[in-house]
Design a protein around this ligand. Sequence first.
Ligand SMILES: [Zn+2]
Length: 394
Amino acid sequence: MQADMSSPYGHIDNGLLAVKQGKIAWLGHQQDAPKFNTTQTIDGQGGWLTPGLIDCHTHLVYGGNRAEEFEWHCQGQSYQQIAQQGGGILSTVAATRNATEAELLSSAQARLQKLLTEGVTTVEIKSGYGLDLETELRLLRVAKNLQTKLPVTIKTTFLGAHALPPEYQGQANQYIDYVCQQVLPVVAQQKLADAVDVFCETIGFNISQTKKVFTAAQRLGLNVKGHVEQLSYMGGAWLVADFHGLSVDHLEYLPEQDLAYLKQQKTVAVLLPAAFYFLQEKQKPPITAMRKIGLLMAVATDLNPGSAPMASLLLAMNQSCILFGLTPAEALTGVTRNAARALGISRDKGQLQVGYDADMVLWPIDHPAELSYGVNLVSPQQIWVRGRCTKQPI
Ligand SMILES: [Zn+2]
């Protein structure tokens, strides 16, 4: 392959790509291509072919929504006041516990469909709105089931340590014991999760509680990742790296001195600009220092009913450039190659390479910066998942 390495995109002009049995079998310049015995040839008509996009951090299975609380917030109530009236994460927990598996599946499917329309072919989905054994299992089953309903690869993450459920108020340590001893082993035994996540934060769980969950996860052979340093500096990113975690997510309060350790441990920094936008945060992740040290940066939607009600990975790319200062090339790498690393699937997905899954999107654009540049200006011309066309040109 003769990619143009002078471009940050490493692209091939006038390229040709061959697919066999769902995998990329050959790619390079058209004039170098061998003779193929093909059943179908598609002309890209001068568009750009990219890897299928990967949304590596979502919470898209949940009951209800929080539009009414948004109404209150816009009328001047603080998040604290709303939480005191039973709003916030616990209102989603109540709505989720009350929802049937079929109801959860149908609302999640509609949200997922919106992501897929934009060329997303792999999505990570976390549990964390059940906070009891039965509901957490239900959320993970629904998440996995979505890939039988729509053309997408789903990776699931157990986030039992997301918030303290009402029945454990004032008993965070007991709840963590419950998660580690009674929930996590069942999740692992039923093979419902690919990784384990913790919300390590002053309003979530502290470092020693987070460490307990990670230790239990590792004992069960599960990878870890963390919601860390979003609203304050807790040292959660360092702890994730200690466990050779896949990713550290949010990172607004990450100090620069922790970056070298994250890089050394090959932990990916997942940036979630939608939450920063919706919460109107001021503190930004240390992007310039991350870039300088060469830390891998991914970008995701964080799709959830509270801090990021947004089903658009293209908009997250735009926000990562506008709000955090990424380049469009970094944003695209962040939703392809680096997002695959954040999910531990970088040998199969996230790149156009021989042997990789033929998850691909054909865009009717002149330059890949167009994917980050505007809002709702471009959409895929064609999409393939493992070589199968899931969106035909109009
Ligand atoms: Zn999240």
